[in-house]
Write a protein that binds this ligand. Structure first.
Ligand code: FAD
Length: 381
């Protein structure tokens, strides 16, 4: 009996697991190898109802709680990091800001399409010189009367250059007051003149997920495309990251679960010195440690989701979950490779892809160092 899970959560887990095993798992290695984003699988995730799950039905969502969505990310990550990335970035970073800070008109305009799987929305915060320190941004937005004009660039933006990408939320500097910067978020739609996106290639991990560079050159958007109010940019981005961290944590947990299952199965099958390698205590203890870490990670993450779903502060637990789940994903994937021996280094075995995919989790949406910084502030350091 799990204190955080209700019947509906078990139903969602089973449905998403079946879908992931049937649709994503058989294609994951090939898409990773070709470094190919799949519009078809993205659309199927939409048809499964995985986009905008936690939104009200009037916006195209399914009215589920946040934990249900997190379980969905976990189950996709259990078979493949790239597709979990597409799902998590779209829901937490694409849909999230519009749902939480958009006007009713913006929500009705954008969200139904974004819940369908036919459209993706990106989140443009990071820049070449503004990563952990997002205040270092050099993308500017100017009020030019009837329109906003954006000038600058973004880097490492997930879902920013696919055929399904229908827009991006851009955080830009709207005013510089002495040493202070004012930030504003603007919704930029696909096809807007002056906005160009280019896919970035050559990634170690998440190779079937889209990562892009964006350029804004005198890019003009209508005045009504402001998200929230002028000067709310930092607040929108930071609030978005508080929830986004839960989905990165879910990716870490799901990846660790998948890697653990592979390692356990392999250890029971592989024989050396006349017996399965799982019978050597050093390996069974490794598996015991993996299972314990996964159990701890799941409890921490589900508690953070429970707090969010029950309207309680969850920001500290969210940062802790992101930190812990991503760090144990690294440890479990590493031990998973070790248990596979030389075979774990070959592409034929999916543990090799899991070992690569985990590496982003300690970097994206705030590095492990930044999570520790956030947590240290919450605990009063
Ligand atoms: C595949 C991928 C997808 C991404 N998707 C998106 C997206 O959709 N939207 C988006 O806006 N961004 C996205 N990012 C960007 C990601 O969030 C940043 O890469 C991350 O925040 C780190 O920034 P950085 O890479 O510039 O590293 P830096 O900030 O330059 O950090 C370098 C190192 O210095 C450390 N460091 C920095 N500051 C401190 C400090 N104060 N104390 C201690 N250590 C510190 C960091 O922890 C890190 O180890 C993505 C990145 C990748 C790789």
């Amino acid at each position: 009996m799990d204190p955080f899970l209700k019947e509906e959560h078990h139903i969602i887990r089973k449905a998403v697991r079946d879908f992931a095993e049937r649709e994503i798992k058989p294609r994951a290695a090939e898409l990773d190898e070709k470094e190919e984003f799949s519009p078809e699988l993205t659309e199927k995730m939409g048809e499964m109802g995985l986009f905008g799950m936690y939104l009200p039905e009037k916006y195209g969502g399914h009215d589920s709680d946040y934990l249900s969505y997190i379980i969905a990310v976990e189950e996709i990550a259990r078979v493949d990091g790239s597709h979990a990335a597409t799902l998590a970035a779209h829901n937490s970073l694409g849909v999230g800001p519009i749902y939480n800070f958009g006007s009713e008109e913006q929500k009705l305009k954008y969200l139904p399409g974004l819940c369908s799987g036919k459209e993706l929305w990106a989140f443009g915060l990071t820049e070449a010189d503004a990563g952990s320190d997002s205040r270092g941004s050099r993308t500017f937005v100017k009020d030019i009367g009837e329109e906003w004009e954006i000038q600058g660039s973004k880097i490492f933006i997930t879902n920013g250059s696919t055929a399904q990408t229908s827009g991006v939320t851009v955080q830009a500097v709207s005013e510089v007051k002495g040493r202070d910067k004012e930030f504003t978020c603007i919704l930029v739609e696909k096809g807007t003149e002056g906005w160009k996106s280019e896919a970035m290639h050559g990634k170690l991990m998440w190779r079937a997920s889209d990562t892009s560079q964006m350029f804004f050159d005198n890019c003009r958007v209508p005045k009504k495309n402001i998200l929230g109010e002028r000067g709310m940019g930092s607040k929108i981005m930071l609030k978005t990251l508080d929830s986004g961290r839960l989905s990165i944590a879910a990716m870490g947990l799901g990846l660790a679960q998948g890697a653990f299952e592979m390692a356990l199965e392999y250890a029971k099958e592989r024989k050396q010195f006349g017996k399965p390698i799982s019978k050597f205590q050093i390996n069974s203890f490794k598996l015991a440690d993996m299972a314990t870490k996964i159990e701890l990670a799941r409890n921490l993450l589900y508690k953070a989701c429970w707090l969010k779903d029950n309207g309680q502060p969850f920001e500290k637990e969210s940062a802790m979950s992101k930190l812990y789940c991503s760090e144990i994903a690294k440890q479990v994937a590493d031990e998973g490779v070790q248990i596979h021996g030389g075979y774990g280094l070959m592409k034929e075995y999916p543990i090799e892809r899991f070992y690569r995919d985990q590496r982003l989790l300690q970097i994206g949406e705030g590095t492990s160092e930044i999570q520790r910084l956030v947590i240290s502030r919450y605990i009063g350091c």
